[in-house]
Design a protein around this ligand. Structure first.
Ligand SMILES: Cc1ncc(COP(=O)(O)O)c(C=O)c1O
Length: 397
């Protein structure tokens, strides 16, 4: 099939040419005397992406799942109580990981399409007078349902109640794309992967750790080896790693950080919001709805679109791929067959999003879903055209 594959899944995202080029290098000696000249500024600049000055960022050759494990294993002990909530595939997989590590998990079940239930967290934390709960977990952006939660709100509750639990946040599909403030929200452990906002291939787990969480490792008794912060701290101090780092990926990460900082984090978030709004206008124009049950949950990085009753979202996804060379995200677990997902994060502009919206529209029409041809694309175009930043026209002398 000629033409590019439209990659509209919520990670891996489109890789900018500058990042590809940065990784098209000869393999290098990660113990070379000048390697720290590259790694020390890299680790320092990652803090700017996580928006922390006092925290430390660790980069493991792994994925987001490894980041979850690193966060848990370095800060908790077997039998520790954690409070979390489940409203999608990823929030539920983190619970599974915690249980396999022998933690006592209070996982509040929330309807899929909603996010972290602040009221329930508040009740439970207030009732926990003896501070049995050692960590509060929150999935910032549930990629399976396109739901963003209020992490600042979780921090406000912890502070209002005076609860000392660690705040652990899954930022896999938010950091580098949505507003995320590790320091302002006093997030203790922030987990990310390389294949979403960072626009890289999968292969790195990037974990932000606060001073409080670093101190917690001294008493945490869960087993750890590969993900041990202690080894990372010792080696990273001098710009090295406790084992062979994914150096080529780190070269790509350098380019990614440079791109994010050059655009500006606020501008990156604003761009995602504008592109996402266009997708939401398209969904409205189709007469369909999002899995997110209220606009306050809408995610600016991924939209999960609910197909009408009697239709199979997987057929839409297959048609989009086979007929139009467009990759849409599938529904996972409880929402399998009910939703398709349009990923709109990373290296993206209006035209790329319009291609995804147009492809989804054609695939739905092919599957017999009664939408007006061009309605979604038209609504998105209208939004992008109205909100475009136009360069100032200078008058000819
Ligand atoms: C919100 C969220 N958390 C965790 C993960 C797991 O990350 P990985 O697949 O990189 O292990 C994903 C993957 O898509 C995710 O979207």
């Amino acid at each position: 099939m000629s033409g590019f594959n439209g990659l509209a899944v919520p990670g891996p995202t489109n890789m900018p040419f500058a990042i590809r080029q940065a990784m098209d290098v000869a393999l290098e000696d990660h113990r070379a005397p000048d390697f720290p000249e590259f790694t020390l500024p890299l680790l320092a600049d990652l803090k700017r992406i996580f928006r922390t000055t006092t925290g430390q960022i660790f980069v493991f050759p792994s994925t987001g799942t490894g980041g979850w494990e690193a966060a848990i294993a370095n800060s908790l002990s077997p039998g520790d109580h954690v409070l979390t909530s489940v409203f999608g595939q990823f929030s539920s997989l983190w619970v599974d990981l915690c249980r396999r590590f022998g933690l006592e998990v209070d996982a509040v079940e929330v309807p899929w399409g909603e996010g972290v239930p602040l009221d329930v967290y508040e009740q439970k934390l207030r009732a926990d007078k003896t501070h049995r709960i050692k960590a509060v977990l929150a999935c910032h952006n549930e990629t399976a349902t396109g739901v963003t939660s209020d992490i600042a709100g979780v921090r406000r509750i912890l502070d209002a109640v005076g609860h000392p639990a660690l705040l652990m946040v899954d930022g896999v599909s938010s950091i580098g794309a949505l507003d995320f403030r590790m320091e302002a929200w006093a997030v203790d452990l922030a987990v990310c992967g390389s294949q979403k906002g960072f626009m890289l291939p999968a292969g790195l787990a990037i974990v932000g750790v606060s001073e409080k969480a670093l101190a917690a490792r001294k008493t945490a008794k869960l087993p750890r080896c590969f993900f041990d912060f202690e080894d990372m701290i010792r080696a990273n101090k001098d710009g090295y790693f406790p084992y062979t780092p994914a150096a080529t990926m780190l070269r790509g990460l350098r380019a990614s950080i440079d791109m994010l900082l050059a655009e500006g984090l606020d501008e990156v978030c604003a761009r995602h919001h504008r592109l996402a709004t266009g997708v939401r206008k398209a969904v409205d124009a189709w007469g369909l709805r999002l899995c997110a049950r209220h606009p306050k949950w809408n995610s600016d990085t991924v939209s999960a679109v609910v197909v009408p009753d009697g239709f199979d979202a997987n057929a839409v996804i297959k048609t989009a791929y086979r007929t139009y060379n467009l990759s849409l995200g599938g529904g996972l677990a409880k929402v399998a067959g009910k939703v398709f997902r349009i990923g709109h994060l990373g290296y993206l502009n209006e035209l790329m999003v319009l291609a995804a919206v147009g492809g989804a529209e054609m695939a739905m029409l092919d599957c017999g879903i009664a939408i007006e041809p061009g309605s979604g694309v038209g609504a998105a175009i209208e939004h992008y055209s109205k909100t475009a930043k136009r360069p100032a026209v200078t008058k000819a002398a």
